[in-house]
Design a protein around this ligand. Structure first.
Ligand code: ZN
Ligand code: FE
Length: 256
């Protein structure tokens, strides 16, 4: 079976909505529709039929068009059963360890609490695609609004365990600002220095920095490296528990 055909749609100031299309059946899913019009336009331009919504979490910039798209196109909405009360129009409730079959493509559902308590991620191994919402960003991670630092570190560690060639389809273009912060805590990391320069050239050319490769995130994203002794030392917490290092780095970023 051919991998999913994935299209990235920039909306609002810095959100990405994704279409993932199965060529054999013509089914098309939308990940985190913040708004409807650009999503419908992108599907129509390709002659694709919208059939499903996958939500990662309840925030309005991820679920804003759920009801409008469902009313207009009869979409099936998939979201966290744990957070069903906050996912507008939810039809299919999924949770950690579930697989969801989309037109023969198996999505592995991972609970990744921290940004919100009900945040989930969808990993399509057959397409090397991870839809991780606001949990993992290119060179960053989401703010910890509802969960604990311990939960967020465990969530990021679970995502980190996926293969290096996984493409990280995160929900925001925050990478350039994330790079500036990352350099402030991990500026001696040559892979990070090189990546930050590449990000600057991409943005100068008006190009997206998303998706990134998970292997690159493992080498350069400080929020995936809280158990690296060099990073712990860089934030003055040599030999500390990774959760303490993660919490320190997250706190530094919140105040950056
Ligand atoms: Zn969010
Ligand atoms: Fe968001």
């Amino acid at each position: 079976m051919a991998p999913l055909d994935i299209v990235q749609i920039p909306v609002l100031s810095d959100n990405y909505v994704y279409l993932a299309h199965d060529t054999a059946s013509g089914a098309t899913l939308v990940v985190d529709p913040a708004v409807a019009a650009p999503v419908v336009a992108a599907a129509e331009a390709r002659g694709w039929r919208l059939t499903h919504i996958l939500n990662t979490h309840h925030h309005g910039d991820h679920t804003g068009a759920n009801l409008e798209l469902k009313a207009a196109h009869g979409l099936t909405i998939v979201g966290a059963g744990h957070d069903a009360a906050r996912i507008p129009g939810i039809d299919v409730r999924v949770g950690d360890g579930d697989s969801y079959d989309f037109a023969g493509h198996r999505a592995q559902v991972m609970a990744v609490p921290g940004h919100t308590t009900g945040h989930i991620a969808y990993y399509f191994a057959d397409s090397d695609a991870l839809f991780c919402g606001d949990t993992l960003f290119a060179l960053g991670c989401g703010r910890v609004f509802e969960g604990t630092m311990d939960q967020m570190w465990r969530s990021l560690s679970a995502l980190r365990a996926l293969p290096d060639d996984t493409r990280v389809y995160c929900a925001h273009e925050y990478t350039q600002a994330n790079a500036r912060f990352a350099l402030s805590v991990d500026g001696d990391n040559p892979a990070l220095v090189q990546r930050a320069a590449e990000i600057d050239s991409l943005r100068a050319a008006g190009r997206p920095t998303v998706p990134s490769a998970l292997g690159e995130e493992k080498r350069t994203n400080p929020f995936l490296r809280a158990d690296d002794p060099a990073l712990a030392a860089a934030v003055g917490l040599a030999a500390a528990d990774p959760v303490a290092v993660f919490a320190e780095v997250r706190g530094l970023k919140d105040r950056f």
